[in-house]
Design a protein around this ligand. Structure first.
Ligand code: G2I
Length: 329
């Protein structure tokens, strides 16, 4: 090995007990991943890609795997943007989260006027088409996204074409189809505002997961999106209560509005809550830089608009480095 080889080898391994210097390497010390949402449209920004490659060891396509992008016309699948992200991630050894198969938003208009049986067929075809294309490449799929209602009673689902035409059983149908389409991918239910252990929306998702596990409906993980300004005080307890049902928990779309030490503290509490629970498998932030965030006005991410590390970055890195190693679930 030449001098350069030695330097590279030293830089890319972290001796036991030493602090890692990137988010992905720091998370890996406790058997976890640290990912980001990526938009294919920004991949011509070399600083964006360099930051992605340096800091993160997992990725979620921000919009490119959604139904409107992947099956804009019935039966015609298009994977341009998603393939771009997937092949880059694969060549860098990153985990890939698939987002998302069945959702009420970002769906093409051709879905709107189908009969019940036709919609059911379309749903299963979509799951087969997208999961089949990426079979064996995806670590975890958000099979169903945001199906529960906000502010309703425990267990109430939001009204959508799915509930209106297929009834509440559409979630179970989607998970069963997904398991058949790629048996090696973890299957997640993903939602926002299910961060508080006692909120009605959380209780509804909890009861569904418990019921699925009891009846053998395939489900492997719950995604806590975690778009907030502060994690609830019982956030760790919430992660632990889902884990106790026998599923992994993944923090899937983390972003925390704010700035400075307040924001840094909130991020630290999120990382500490996840790393305290063995089945909290990893964390994904919903973007790299504030300038490309879906809520950029809240400056919610770890890098500012010039890709400088914020205080929140440092507190996340330190909290990941402080985590006790856990066996990968
Ligand atoms: O809304 C934040 C997230 C909530 N959970 C599910 C996620 O999938 C969702 O992500 C956001 C993306 O970050 C946005 O980028 O989903 C939005 C759509 O619901 C995305 O916004 C859309 C814009 O509304 C479109 O006008 C635009 O064409 O992004 C599209 C692609 O840039």
């Amino acid at each position: 090995m030449g001098v350069l080889g030695v330097v590279t080898a030293l830089a890319s391994t972290t001796p036991a007990g030493a602090a890692a210097s990137t988010l992905g390497a720091a998370a890996a010390q406790s058997g976890r991943y640290f990912g980001t949402a990526i938009a294919a449209g920004h991949m011509n920004d070399s600083t964006y890609v360099a930051t992605w490659d340096r800091e993160f060891n997992a990725v979620t396509p921000e919009n490119e795997m959604k139904w409107d992008a992947t099956e804009p016309n019935r039966g015609q699948f298009t994977f341009g943007g998603a393939d771009q992200i997937v092949s880059h991630a694969q060549s860098h050894g990153m985990k890939i989260r698939g987002h998302t198969l069945v959702w009420h938003a970002q769906i093409p208009s051709w879905l709107n006027n189908l009969s019940t049986s036709d919609l059911r067929t379309a749903m299963v075809n979509h799951i087969n088409g997208v999961m089949g294309h990426y079979k064996g490449k995806i670590y975890a799929w958000d099979v169903v996204n945001e199906a529960f209602a906000d502010g309703g009673s425990v267990g109430s689902l939001r009204s959508s074409i799915w509930t209106q035409k297929l009834g509440n059983g559409f979630i179970e149908e989607a998970f069963r189809a997904a398991r058949a389409a790629d048996p090696n991918a973890k299957l997640c239910y993903n939602d926002y505002n299910i961060d508080d252990a006692n909120a009605n929306k959380t209780r509804g998702v909890y009861n569904m997961v418990k019921d699925f596990k009891a009846r053998g409906v395939p489900i492997d993980c719950v995604g806590l999106q975690s778009h907030f300004g502060n994690p609830p005080s019982n956030y760790q307890q919430n992660i632990a209560q889902f884990a106790a049902l026998g599923v992994d928990v993944q923090i899937t779309e983390l972003d925390v509005g704010g700035s400075g030490s307040t924001q840094a503290d909130a991020y630290r509490r999120v990382v500490e809550a996840c790393t305290a629970v063995p089945r909290c498998a990893g964390i994904t932030v919903w973007g790299i830089t504030d300038k490309y965030s879906w809520r950029s006005g809240d400056t919610p991410l770890l890098f500012d608009g010039n890709f400088n590390k914020k205080a929140a970055y440092t507190s996340v890195l330190n909290a990941l480095n402080a985590a006790t190693p856990n066996p990968t679930p």
